[in-house]
Design a binder for this molecule. Structure first.
Ligand code: COA
Ligand code: AMP
Length: 632
């Protein structure tokens, strides 16, 4: 079947299409139908089926006689270790951890926060929750205590599972003080914590609250898989919105497993037994879907890579891992390739490795710039596939479905809509625009299985953020176009979300932090173009009347505050003091115009601007920090 046939077969009978895909996973009770639309525009999938996520990711492969296949390879250049875990071992480890959690009272529906570095235990913790029907919420290690506290208060976890530390190049990041501070700050308190102690940092445990990972599991009975309803939340993953309060994206169990399993062959073109590697982090959606669940559900070997594209130890790390483990499909963010390209533009290190097992490379998480794609094509001589999706969807909205048919690659486009997604470009009034015209990218409801049915305990916010603006559609928050051939082109976000090194960040959240500085009266954070990270946040602060402290002292404090409250991942390194911010007459800050000035792009003077002179002041301020580029 061609891509067109597959897409058409979904379009002509979506229920039959998804029921057929659902055959590929194990059910305790099969669902009677795929789509449940009684509560439209809130939709759910496979609601009356029963199944277990951990069974599908682990046990069923053991039952099928594949227990000795490697499930997880932990390749950790930062600790100089490689560890392999078979499916049978994984089943035993996960069943024991689940048994220990159950013995301490964790049950179906309870939330468990996981705050761990890139170690196999992070996946084991996720799977142990899935085994019990507990809902996990993984928090990325680069977030600070405050962000963790916000998530604790929203998810109200019964337990927290954490590592004692993460390892960043050149420094050990102690997680335990961050965890303790977060629990101190949060109104909700977990009943207990489980700490996986690493030899690089042995954390001090609080008696009565904290348990050592190993001691915790000693002597407990392994837990069996608990069947859950198809729409039971597998996890909550918080992602950046326009405010400091992150959005708790809910992932339903059945749709998630069905859609991810479909994507492994049809998008990523791997067969059970193949090695698949997504070089991301379990704290992001790519890690949830394509380090943990999808490869395991599909019976692949997944790689948990604890390192960076460069510096651990060099820009050949990616190629070394691909060679050593015979990776067939590889997935990373464009920023990682830009980092490698900067250090080894001619691929001298690459030439020393055997990449004969590698067939295809996938990029997502941010716009894949043509320079990077061309470089990767030249270096690797393999298809470089850009694909587009979001935390909310959990799997690709648009891709080149290599396992179905390798379509022509149009550099700069993530190719075409996947089955399940009727992607349309709309004008402000919600009418579809002509091919080639720019507009807001929206997906006609219902979204396919695996996508978010809502936000955790926030239905009104869910409707407001995604459904209200274009009735009958899901608003993606991205703008772009669809060309005559049906290829999508993603141009920009329509909100205040920025993308720094493939990490989704909220400028609104940074503004909230800066506004708390005692000397700051008003602030605006924008994302300016950066050749390595795609975008970088820059903060503008107006000082409270009468403050006459040294500006560089104040901006240093601003930088430290964002690092301290959001975390190093915010990569907030630059703040400048300005007298005023450019605004419309109604008081709206002209952030988009400020970005254009910083990026040296031509812009039209906004008709509603209050005082155009302020734009010159902004340009001068950017010049002082070396950021204003010549206007094109
Ligand atoms: N725990 C603690 N700190 C972390 C962290 C983690 N898990 N991840 C990142 N940080 C820290 C970094 O050490 C850095 O700290 P610093 O300011 O002291 O240098 C800061 O957060 C910013 O990190 P980052 O933006 O990632 O920059 P970097 O210079 O460390 O690395 C790249 C740049 C491009 C190599 C890196 O961003 C990368 O590999 N990106 C891939 C993106 C990716 O996997 N995205 C996921 C979606 S697919
Ligand atoms: P996240 O939820 O962190 O995965 O971020 C999703 C956002 O990243 C999308 O809404 C886009 O803005 C951006 N994004 C992801 N993949 C791509 C891509 N292939 N091209 C352009 N932007 C992308």
């Amino acid at each position: 079947m061609s891509y067109a046939d597959v897409y058409q077969s979904w379009k002509s009978d979506p229920d039959a299409f998804w029921m057929q895909q659902a055959e590929a996973i194990d059910w305790v009770e099969k669902p009677s139908k795929a789509l449940f639309d009684e509560t439209a525009p809130l939709y759910e999938w496979f609601v009356d089926g029963k199944l277990n996520g951990c069974w599908n990711a682990v046990d069923r492969h053991v039952e099928a006689g594949r227990g000795s296949q490697v499930a997880i390879i932990h390749d950790s250049p930062v600790t100089g270790t490689v560890q392999k875990i078979t499916y049978a071992e994984l089943r035993n480890r996960v069943a024991l951890l689940a048994g220990a959690l159950r013995a301490r009272g964790v049950e179906k529906g309870d939330r468990v926060i996981i705050y761990m570095p890139m170690v196999p235990q992070a996946l084991e913790a996720m799977l142990a929750c899935a085994r019990l029907g507990a809902i996990h919420s993984v928090v990325f290690g680069g977030f600070a205590a405050h962000e963790l506290a916000v998530r604790i208060d929203d998810a109200q976890p019964k337990a927290i599972i954490a590592g004692s530390c993460g390892i960043e190049p050149g420094r050990v990041v102690q997680y335990k003080p961050l965890l303790d501070a977060a629990i101190e700050q949060s109104a909700h308190k977990p009943e207990f914590c489980v700490i996986f102690q690493r030899e690089q940092e042995v954390a001090r445990l609080i008696e009565g609250r904290d348990y050592d990972w190993h001691a915790f599991q000693y002597g407990v009975a392994p837990a069996e898989c608990v069947p859950v309803e198809g729409n039971h939340p597998a996890y909550i993953l918080y992602t950046s919105g326009t405010t400091g309060q992150p959005k708790g994206v809910v992932r339903p169990t059945a749709g998630h497993l069905v859609a991810l399993n479909w994507s492994m062959k049809n998008v990523y073109n791997v067969d059970p037994g193949d090695v698949f590697w997504a070089a991301s982090d379990v704290g992001w959606v790519v890690g949830h879907s394509y380090i943990c669940y999808a490869p395991l559900v599909h019976g692949n070997t997944t790689i948990v890579f604890e390192g960076k594209p460069v510096g651990t130890p060099d820009a050949g790390t990616f190629w070394r891992v691909m060679q050593d483990h015979k990776v067939r499909s590889f997935f990373t963010a464009p920023t990682a390739f830009r980092a490698v390209k900067r250090e080894d533009p001619d691929g001298l290190l690459l030439k020393t490795y055997d990449l004969s097992a590698l067939e295809t490379v996938y990029l997502a998480g941010e716009r894949a710039d043509p320079d990077t794609i061309h470089w990767a094509q030249r270096m690797l001589d393999k298809p470089i596939i850009d694909h587009w999706w979001q935390t909310e969807t959990g799997w690709p909205i648009a891709a080149n479905p290599v396992g179905v048919e390798l379509l022509d690659v149009k550099v700069g486009s993530p190719s075409v809509a996947m089955p399940g997604y009727d992607v349309q470009v709309l004008d402000e009034a919600g009418h579809p625009v002509k091919p080639g015209e720019l507009g807001a990218i929206a997906v006609k409801l219902p979204l396919p299985p695996g996508t978010l049915p809502g936000l955790w305990n926030a239905e009104a916010r869910f409707r407001k953020s995604y459904l209200d603006h274009f009735p009958g559609f899901y608003e993606t928050g991205d703008a772009g176009m669809i060309d005559e051939d049906g290829y999508l082109w993603i141009m920009a976000r329509t909100d205040d979300v920025i993308n720094v090194a493939g990490h989704r960040l909220s400028t609104g959240a940074m503004e909230e932090v800066l506004a708390n500085h005692p000397d700051v009266a008003e602030t605006a954070v924008i994302g300016v173009s950066d050749p390595l990270k795609g975008q970088m946040p820059v903060g503008f602060v107006c000082l409270t009347k009468g403050v006459n402290r040294a500006h560089d002292e104040i901006t240093r404090e601003c930088v430290a505050m964002v690092r301290d409250q959001i975390g190093p991942v915010a990569a907030f390194k630059l703040a400048v003091v300005v007298d005023r911010l450019p605004k419309t007459r109604s008081g709206k800050i002209l952030r988009a115009t400020m970005v254009k000035i910083a990026d040296g792009e031509a812009f039209k003077m906004p008709a509603t601007i209050d005082d155009p002179v302020i734009l010159d002041e902004i340009r001068t301020a950017l010049q002082t920090v070396g950021l204003a580029r010549e206007t094109a």
